[in-house]
Ligand binder design. Structure first.
Ligand code: IMP
Length: 197
């Protein structure tokens, strides 16, 4: 059974994710320390699944820091694009992490397929690794659809082109408080918390 107490390294160098995971951990009295603040190296994501990459990052951070480490691997799956960009969501933004380019590519490829199905989902795998090598992983999703043009300047990544089911605004148009409970990350986190009971 995983432990959620004391100091935990959030094994991500993405400020948006570190903030959201820190907010999820806060009610547990857990002190979230970012991998960047500990100068931990960012391992290359060489796996082909979200869980595989989350486990790789959590293990590396737990080993390097001697603390429990929580890692997230997440991305956008567009069904008409055979679930692309998927695990390559960050890579579509290129080395300078330009998500305007990445979002434009999603829309261009959708237009090229001529598909009328704009459904998509965000997926998040969360892995909690202990320094002794124990590890547990949990997956959550947020279903919705793609819109174009992009709307909103809040959030990060692909937020401005994703409208979650049951809503009309994009994640990019929602405040952090409105977005977070609807996210793939919160749903994966709920499963992690349920496993502690
Ligand atoms: P990775 O998990 O570091 O490989 O990065 C996944 C990428 O998916 C991020 O860089 C974001 O572009 C995208 N992504 C993951 N979660 C979200 C989200 O909640 N909103 C928007 N984009 C996201």
């Amino acid at each position: 059974m995983p432990k959620l107490s004391g100091r935990i390294v959030v094994a991500s160098h993405n400020a948006g994710k570190v903030r959201e995971i820190g907010e999820l951990l806060a009610p547990f009295g857990v002190e979230a320390v970012s991998a960047a603040s500990l100068n931990l190296p960012e391992p290359e994501e060489t796996e082909t699944t979200f869980v595989g990459n989350a486990e790789l990052k959590a293990r590396a951070a737990a080993k390097a820091s001697g603390l429990p480490a929580l890692a997230d691997d997440s991305g956008l799956e567009v069904f008409a694009l055979d679930r692309a960009p998927g695990v390559y969501s960050a890579r579509w933004a290129g080395p300078d992490r330009n998500f305007k380019t990445a979002m434009a590519r999603v829309w261009r490829e959708l237009e090229e397929t001529g598909a009328s199905d704009l459904s998509a989902r965000f997926v998040c795998a969360l892995s909690l690794a202990q320094p002794d090598g124990a590890i547990e992983s949990f997956e959550g999703e947020a279903r919705g659809h793609i819109v174009w043009p992009a709307r909103g300047d809040k959030g990060f990544g692909y937020d401005p082109i994703f409208v979650p089911d049951g809503h009309v605004r994009t994640f990019g148009e929602m405040s952090g408080d409105q977005k977070l409970p609807l996210t793939h990350r919160a749903r994966a986190f709920e499963k992690l918390v349920a496993s502690l009971r």
